[in-house]
Design a protein around this ligand. Structure first.
Ligand code: F6P
Length: 540
């Protein structure tokens, strides 16, 4: 008996059930049940999820839901929403949900309500973002800000960057927004070329305020400003978003110009916090609040809906079904909306940093597959590159197709064509095309194997009216909770990220070795050779 089987009594039944499912084709499931769509779709928080094109039957769902119950998912949801320390390896509560707790009910950590602090920072963001937007915050030489540069990486970059793109339609025209994340000097240098020191505001975003990339980029930006405007200009051109007041102070930013957040907000869940400051400046306070409202609506749905009517729960269970039981290794997220083009990159961190784990909460290794490899691009672009593999390759790749019914930029036939493709792809993946159908079309015998599509390839379809802050909030919260559901059932800590540490430590050790020709190298032969080649060229 594997240890997962001993933990979940339903595990064997689900494994057995895969044999049954592997004999079924979705095309037949649709043919035999005209109500399949009716049964397998639902709406919540402005989103419609059609999950009928999945390799499931009623029995699959019954078993998956039993598994969720057996894994105490309901209790786990309550624990998160009530501030229990569910991030066990870091001994922290997980309270990004408090940042969008729009009815403002108390959420207690160690007996203290976190809401007053959250509201205080939100008010501070409100007043600051208004000043930047209305031009009353002046730079050191008395000019209004025209360029906002967020310097951060990972969750301190991807969230606001993705959301400003997603809500670009609502962005003020008066300001440019730029993001610097990469330690590659090209990133900051090319960005600074586009900015003028008198009119640039830098937001240094780092939860820990120790991240090498962010601090190095921030120092370069600071030197650039100081060189042009002098030391006293810093307070008018630099603000920080962090949990680390001392780090901010010692960097040389007045804590008065700091927007706090807290350890209970994970980096990849921090868009809703002051990490969203650049976004609030871009779209304004009211729209930022709309985004929080959308997420809050999804939070309520997640807490209240029964599992069989619960969008994040169903999506999480489907994720587990494919990864753990049907052997899928990857997962495609395919937004048919140019505004959402950064969504896959954002979800890569959310999903893969959260569930890319192989150790259970008990400290033992898992003996089942956990988080998948997530990828995707916007619109029809992927159709002309990697969809070939999704349609006819040897991998099972469940995909989410996401689109707005109305474009914010209705232009000629564009949106109808986009939507036609958006509908056609899941249909093609599901139906496929048989040799008989090809024969009937007169396709030459020798080409029939190449032109056949086995179909039976699963997808979810997510539809919404049009891209708004509210919809974006609901969509992101949906994926956050989906990832949460999967983590609970896989019994892993979705809120730590120890896997990023080793590379950071080694880079710290290698840096002085690259800078000093005489330093003795004690790595493997490959690593030693690479260091030598680089330093011999660079230290001439
Ligand atoms: O190294 C990974 C990570 O810790 C992410 O989890 C985080 O979002 C990112 O680095 C940035 O961290 P910080 O906000 O502390 O600079």
């Amino acid at each position: 008996m594997t240890n997962r089987q001993s933990e979940i009594s339903i595990f064997d039944q689900l494994l057995d059930h895969t044999k049954e499912i592997n004999t079924l084709h979705m095309k037949d499931l649709f043919k035999n049940d005209p109500d399949r769509y009716e049964k397998f779709h639902l709406s919540a928080a402005g989103l419609l999820l059609d999950y009928s094109k999945n390799r499931i039957t009623d029995k699959t769902l019954t078993l998956l839901i039993k598994m969720a119950e057996e894994c105490h998912l309901k209790q786990a949801i309550t624990d998160m929403f009530t501030g229990k320390r569910i991030n066990t390896t870091e001994n922290r509560p997980v309270l990004h949900i408090a940042l969008r707790n729009r009815d403002n009910h108390p959420i207690l950590v160690d007996g203290k309500d976190v809401m007053p602090e959250i509201n205080r920072v939100l008010d501070k963001m409100h007043s600051f973002s208004d000043k930047i937007r209305n031009g009353s915050w002046l730079g050191a030489t008395g000019k209004c800000i025209t360029d906002v540069v967020n310097i951060g990486i990972g969750g301190s970059d991807l969230g606001p960057k993705m959301a400003i793109d997603a809500l670009y339609y609502y962005k003020t025209d008066a300001l440019n927004f730029r993001f610097v994340s990469n330690i590659d000097g090209t990133d900051i240098v090319e960005t600074l070329k586009k900015c003028h020191p008198e009119t640039t505001l830098f937001i240094i975003s780092s939860k820990t305020f120790t991240t090498q990339e962010t601090l190095t980029n921030a120092k370069t930006a600071r030197s650039w400003l100081v060189e042009k405007l002098g030391e006293e200009a810093v307070s008018k051109h630099f603000v920080a978003v962090s949990t680390n007041t001392e780090g901010v102070r010692s960097f040389g930013i007045d804590p008065e110009n700091m927007f706090e957040f807290w350890d209970f907000v994970g980096g990849r869940y921090s868009l809703w916090s002051a990490i969203g400051l650049s976004l609030m400046i871009a779209i304004g306070y009211d729209r930022f609040i709309d985004m929080l409202e959308g997420a809050y609506e999804m939070d309520k749905h997640f807490q209240e809906a029964s599992f069989d009517q619960n969008m994040p729960v169903l999506m999480g269970l489907l994720g587990i079904w494919y990864t753990t039981y049907l052997g899928a290794e990857s997962y495609a997220v395919l937004p048919y909306d140019e505004y959402l083009s950064r969504l896959p990159a954002y979800l890569q961190q959310l999903d893969m940093e959260s569930n890319g784990k192989s150790i259970k909460k008990t400290g033992k290794s898992v003996d089942y597959k956990t988080g998948p490899i997530l990828f995707g691009v916007a619109g029809t672009n992927g159709q002309h590159s990697f969809y070939q593999l999704i349609h006819q390759g040897t991998h099972l790749i469940p995909a989410d197709f996401i689109a707005p019914i109305y474009s914010l930029n209705e232009t000629g036939d564009h949106h109808d064509i986009l939507l036609a493709n958006f509908i056609a792809q899941p249909e093609a993946l599901m139906k496929g095309k048989t040799p008989d159908e090809l024969k009937a079309e007169g396709v030459k015998d020798e080409l029939i194997p190449f032109k056949s599509f086995e179909g039976n390839r699963p997808s979810n379809t997510i539809l919404f009216d049009k891209m708004t802050p509210r919809v974006l909030g609901a969509l992101i919260a949906l994926y956050e909770h989906k990832v949460f559901v999967e983590g609970v059932i896989w019994n892993i800590d979705s809120f730590d990220q120890w896997g990023v540490e080793l590379g950071k430590q080694l880079a710290k050790a290698i840096l002085p070795e690259l800078k000093n020709k005489n330093q003795i190298l004690e790595h493997d032969s490959s690593t030693n050779a690479l260091i030598k080649i680089i330093r011999e060229k660079r230290l001439k």
